[in-house]
Design a protein around this ligand. Sequence first.
Ligand code: HEM
Length: 553
Amino acid sequence: MPPMDIHPTAMSILLTSLVSWQVYKKFEPNSPAASFILLLVVPLCTLVYSDSLSILNTTLAIPLYWCLLLTFIILYRVSPFHPLSKYPGPLSCKVSKVWLAYIAARGDMHRYVKTLHERYGDVVRVGPNELSFRRKDIIEPILSNKELHKGPYYDLRQVPARNPVDGIKDYREHAARRRLWSRGTSVSMTKIYTQSLIVGIHELLDELLKRQDTTIDISEWLSFTATDFMGRMTFSTSFDMVKMGYDSVGIIKPVEEITYQSNIIAQTPWIIPYLMWLPQGKKALNQGHRLGGDMVRKRKALGTDTRDLYYYLMDEAGFEDVKPRETDVLSDGITAIAAGSDTTATAVTNTLYYLLKHPDVKTRLQRDIREVFANSQEVSDYTKSVELPFLDACINESLRLLPPGLTGFQRQVDPSGRGKMLGEHFVPPGTNVYAHLYSIQRDPRYFSPLPETFWPDRWLDQDTYTLPTGENISKDGLILSRDAYYPFSIGQQGCAGRNIALLELRTLLIAILRDFDIQAAEGYRLDGYEEALKDVHVTLRGPLYVQLHPVAT
Ligand code: HEM
């Protein structure tokens, strides 16, 4: 057989694309300059070098070069030579993260990855270089391990002039910043914040009372309440959303939009530098920064009589040798408002949703609350909430089934290291990993019986349990793996506001359920609420329409 006669130009292009692919294999194309060189300068140089630079050659050869490059990338990713080849997963995920970006755009990541685990098992390859784990013994090695840093998902938080605590990858730098947060969110500060929380809750109760027996979207009112509180807690400024009955500073929708867009972009973080070139991308990425700037300026101008989170983030007490940078404080202030209001509002709304779906649980909880809190004024006595174990059981159960951060939190095995054993699985350097929260917290191996059902009793410590079906089971028949429950994440990079969140959750639920009987609005399909939830790293919620009837005190 005669040897294949390949045109010399095609041969040069083939060889060049092979070399460029080697470069792509090692480094993500995350710099526009590098991509420009690899995608245009390199093939042009090849044509010049092989003396075949002409308009015809250029228009044919360059697209050929791109096609070959793409083909090599794809073939390698699905080939047995890829370091993650032994891990199962759908072809679309192995080929590119663009598929997950599409799933993210639909807000379906939590359900999608759960179905992947049901199909492929405990470890699934969800991206060319990404693994999802569904095993409780792998939560800690992923999330509480200084050898694993936050993955490229968090790159978006490190755009110029932004350096929020949740985007810091370096453990030492992160620990220094968390010191400021820890002072501002300590248990003793929680007591101080309770006062401003109660002011906000009374404002909410007043407004709800005015709207008794009409249909309201409680989800929206809870967003107003939580955002007002974060404003008070962080900058000693209320946005007065509850009093005005709408998002008076136009902050909620922009934050939701940025979170939604960021969650898509963060699937393919190499795209970030390109977005910064586009006016739209720049605008979206900088919007939050501008929102926070105003609050910081106002807080600096007015000062404050009581200590707030800003006081600690700015280290106004002078604990630190080096004063924090104002831009960092600004970023963290925005993070507090974004991370603190929406998550809490989601957790309370989700809990109310489950209570509406399970009226017997709601009645029981209301009875407990009304026994302990005789009137609205007592709601401020936060210490009494410890007398309500069933309330905590309902909150835990809601955070188990629908944690506000649904999917989990990406970490990366050191790209310059030698890889890492996660359980019995060797994970190569540079691999992104996460423990899939939505799957793990619904796994029958860890929560049984009825892992997918809202059944708060599982959190109570008793000898026998009555299931919603009426059947009785003994303690031995119950599986409750507290180490598979991590809605606030764990470790040094876990939620900085956990104490405050729990304070808010308990107090808000006590206040609403004590003062009102709540039911789904007439004609409103309750299941639609859960179906409409979107996983965008945190949760985007639709409305939860209810009617409230005040109870006599
Ligand atoms: C029910 C309510 C809440 C839930 C479920 C929740 C959950 C979480 C989770 C899972 C993380 C880790 C995210 C990641 O690794 O990407 C986190 C981080 C964080 N949360 Fe919360 N959170 C809640 C409320 C709050 C509140 C009220 C605040 C503010 C006072 C807050 C402030 C933060 C901050 C600053 C971080 C970043 C911590 C770091 O990276 O060091 N959270 N939260």
